[in-house]
Design a protein around this ligand. Structure first.
Ligand code: SF4
Length: 165
């Protein structure tokens, strides 16, 4: 559905949605094909800075590529992300876009998916802070642009800021 069609139709989350991370660590554990934590260049720069490394050092140490897209290396000891320690992100301030935008990912923003899949998987859904519909739209767009950037699509005409996330 394009943005015109979306805006013409009333959003199912027009009253906003509640979400607050409960520290379950579930979204930081690999789920098969959805296991990778993908990284844009901006993500790698931010994570490197948070760890006090140069971007090239960070990339060499912690990253690898699949089909031309950068992502964090697998954890050789478990399905957990290499930065998950005691169910907490050890690089939280510099965490990648896909971690910042969870659970407001484009593929989650169908009412059925949200209520059946996302809410059952993530204990933070329906808790804590109320995100307004415009805030949610901004986060979804940030994730959409991040995915476009990973696929090499230039989206210069669109602007967004991760400062709010
Ligand atoms: S980078 Fe941090 S928030 Fe993202 S999956 Fe890894 S531990 Fe979780």
């Amino acid at each position: 559905m394009d943005s015109t069609a979306e805006s013409a139709k009333e959003k199912w989350y027009k009253e906003g949605l509640r979400f607050e991370c409960q520290g379950s660590g579930k979204c930081c554990t690999s789920r098969g094909e959805y296991g990778y934590v993908y990284l844009t260049l901006e993500d790698r720069r931010r994570m490197a800075q948070a760890l006090g490394l140069r971007t090239s050092q960070f990339t060499r140490t912690y990253c690898t590529q699949t089909e031309g897209q950068w992502h964090l290396k697998d954890n050789p000891k478990s399905p957990d992300c290499i930065f998950l320690e005691d169910n907490k992100c050890s690089v939280y301030a510099g965490r990648p876009t896909q971690c910042r935008t969870w659970p407001f990912w484009p593929e989650n923003m169908q009412a059925k998916n949200w209520r059946q899949d996302v809410a059952q998987f993530c204990p933070g859904v329906d808790r804590g802070r109320l995100y307004s519909a415009p805030e949610i739209d901004q986060i979804v767009e940030a994730q959409r642009q991040s995915e476009a950037s990973l696929q090499g699509v230039r989206r210069d005409s669109l602007s967004f800021s991760l400062k709010v996330l």
